[in-house]
Design a protein around this ligand. Structure first.
Ligand SMILES: [Zn+2]
Length: 44
């Protein structure tokens, strides 16, 4: 992975958190599983 592993929602970069690749506003980003429910429910 070229870029640093970091959640684009909460900014977490912990090694013990699972990150999922996604596309946000046309850009590939990483989101941790803790923020995933927030995205799914559209709390943005
Ligand atoms: Zn997060």
């Amino acid at each position: 992975m070229a870029e640093k592993t970091k959640c684009f929602v909460c900014g977490a970069d912990a090694q013990d958190v699972v990150y999922i690749h996604c596309v946000h506003q046309g850009q590939e980003k990483l989101v941790c599983v803790r923020c995933l429910p927030v995205l799914i429910h559209g709390a943005h």
